[in-house]
Ligand binder design. Structure first.
Ligand SMILES: [Zn+2]
Length: 321
């Protein structure tokens, strides 16, 4: 962090260039046609493609999730550093205080970070895999504020405060025998655990050994994988099956929920899942390496669904989403 705080705007800019175009050691490549020939424009951080049919004007963040950025590169790296240094996540409010950002900027920026953390979800997991799910989201008001007499009134109360829970399903590789391989963690946010099965099938190689608990919702996986099941009402590991790696992801999730984010709004729960899976997967990677990894993912991520977020939602109160 000390190195980051001492960084000049030029240093920060060079770091972005290097991570965007590692193959040319930071020399610009046209994002449209892939040509390396360019004119440097008078605005010294922009280029124009030399190819006659293209002539695109671009900068280091063009066509990435950080396009139309307004922050200085230094501030951007500072924000990314704060974000990766928070082991259990970083609340937007903390970023506001530490970086002097507005709430909007911090909110959108963090969601872009989360989005880019899921950029490698098309990779296929193999080895030994564990799958499990957990409830997520706002819990129902279990107890009314004032005493309710009679069952009928209580039913009415429950109707007025419906259950808002949904599930986060995690699919996690066990550590590989080859120590250079990262054990990957993937999550998906679904209405109920059973709805996570298509995702599991999509991201896990067919036929591998998969561990799950006794929940009936996992039954269909028997068709595609070598299933090992553990009955959690008896034990958490019987020497054959266990889902402790999946459980340890959920313990991080719960810490983040209780200690940092307070609650995961349903519309964004999936994104928090991506973030915490990334943190779990890279928990043994040094912070400076994590910083480079996140910048490089951002540079590889296409324009975001969060782009123009506040323009579109101007009339919508955030807390209703
Ligand atoms: Zn071009």
């Amino acid at each position: 962090m000390r190195d980051i705080m001492r960084m000049s705007e030029d240093d920060a800019y060079e770091r972005f260039k290097l991570l965007r175009w590692p193959e040319t050691k930071g020399e610009p490549i046209c994002p449209d046609c892939g040509s390396r020939d360019h004119y440097a424009l008078a605005d010294r951080r922009k280029w124009m493609c030399k190819k006659n049919s293209c002539r695109l004007q671009y900068s280091v963040t063009s066509k990435t999730i950080l396009a139309s950025r307004k922050l200085l590169f230094r501030d951007l790296i500072g924000a990314i550093a704060i974000f990766v240094n928070g082991v259990m996540g970083v609340a937007a409010c903390r970023m506001i205080r530490e970086m002097g950002l507005s709430y909007k900027t911090a909110f959108v920026l963090q969601h872009k970070f989360r989005e880019s953390m899921a950029i490698d979800y098309d990779e296929i997991l193999d080895g030994t895999v564990e799958v499990d799910g957990a409830f997520i989201g706002t819990r129902r008001h279990r107890f009314p504020n004032k005493r309710i007499e009679g069952e009928k009134e209580f039913d009415e109360f429950l109707k007025k405060h419906p259950k808002k829970q949904s599930s986060l399903v995690v699919v996690r590789e066990r550590p590989h025998t080859d120590p250079t391989r990262v054990a990957r963690v993937r999550t998906v946010h679904v209405e109920n655990e059973g709805a996570g099965i298509p995702f599991a099938r999509q991201v896990v190689k067919r036929g591998v050994e998969m561990h799950a608990d006794f929940g009936l919702q996992w039954e269909p996986l028997n068709l595609y994988y070598d299933m090992k099941r553990i009955n959690h009402s008896e034990s958490y590991s019987d020497g054959i099956a266990c889902t402790n790696f999946a459980e340890s992801f959920f313990s991080r999730l719960r810490c983040a929920e209780r200690g940092v984010y307070r609650n995961f709004t349903k519309s964004y729960a999936g994104r928090y899942g991506w973030e915490l899976a990334w943190r779990e997967e890279n928990s043994r990677v040094s912070n400076s390496r994590q910083l480079d990894m996140l910048i490089s993912s951002l540079m590889r991520s296409p324009r975001s669904s969060m782009a123009g977020y506040w323009q579109r939602h101007k009339t919508l109160a955030f807390f209703n989403t």
